[in-house]
Write a protein that binds this ligand. Sequence first.
Ligand SMILES: Cc1cc2nc3c(=O)[nH]c(=O)nc-3n(C[C@H](O)[C@H](O)[C@H](O)COP(=O)(O)O)c2cc1C
Length: 352
Amino acid sequence: MSQPSVTAQTAKKPRHPCVPGDLRLSVAPMMDWTDTHCRVFHRLLAPHARLYTEMVHANAVIHGDRARLLAMDPVEHPVALQLGGSEPELLAQAARIGAEYGFDEINLNCGCPSDRVQAGRFGACLMREPQLVADSVAAMAAALEQHGLDVSVTVKCRLGVDDDHDWDRFLAFIDTVAAAGCRMFVIHARNAWLKGLSPKENREVPPLRYDWAYRLKQERNQLQIVVNGGIATQDEATQHLVHTDGAMLGRAAYHDPYLLHRLDVAWFGGELKTRGELLRALRPYVESQLARGVYLKHIAKHLLGLFAGERGGRAFRQVLSEGAHKPGADWSLIEHALSLTESFQDARVDAA
Ligand SMILES: Cc1cc2nc3c(=O)[nH]c(=O)nc-3n(C[C@H](O)[C@H](O)[C@H](O)COP(=O)(O)O)c2cc1C
């Protein structure tokens, strides 16, 4: 498939309502979850949030199927491409390609603990190689500047690896990378344990220490610090804003996407819409994707949590998960799930 030209992408880029540098709300990069369909849905819920792609390895960007790997809808802005890798030259090429595709930020993954990532010497193990990360950031920033691409390079990292709880080493990592031109860090506020824990356990077992992210903001006020990890409620997210520039939500945003809408309205203003209103606004997108041959199941899987914790939420989930993979499944399935769920909610009102 032919690549979109730079000019076409740039021309399509709408002015987004998020002032540059407003990082208060973001949705974490999540492999297999934050694909373009998911991000379009999240954008609808949270017009001001900064969105992140799944991690894509620099090699895949350079040699792989870019049309698929870098698929992005213009409504997604501001949206960051997260890269994996540790070879500065390759990362520089991949960053340039990503920026030419229209991504607003290039984020380097220094937090993923999987074995595959460790074998490739990237992700969280890069926290042990601050100079290599700095060289990578510098190479990416130089490539972007050389091509006149006004896109910032950022880093998402942990506090340390394994049982390294040395504040000075963490700060030295940040300082080394900042000196190479990185002004914004997403801090997943726990260590990565590289031996003995699965990636899932690595998101749950190592204890969270938000105080390190807060202290980093205090000691390096000129940097933009976004805190991530275990943020589950509106109150928790709001509390993090007292100490940092932003809160990044991952699993909570995915499993309870209406939380994103509530946060966006609370922090940026606007009218709180119902779940049904928000979902129906997705119809033109869903229908345009179906017309292009996309199967409903690829979009519907991201919608399952919309009524999480609500009456009828289980029925909504069930109708979508049982029906979306069937041949010919289309918008009418979503409408059916929605009407069924709304009937549960009406019943509650009647009973009251
Ligand atoms: C399914 C899944 C996939 C993830 N993939 C990535 C990834 O590609 N890159 C990354 O930096 N972090 C990844 N993460 C970690 C999240 O970005 C985030 O740091 C972590 O889930 C903690 O935030 P949370 O508690 O709000 O979910 C992933 C998390 C999940 C649940």
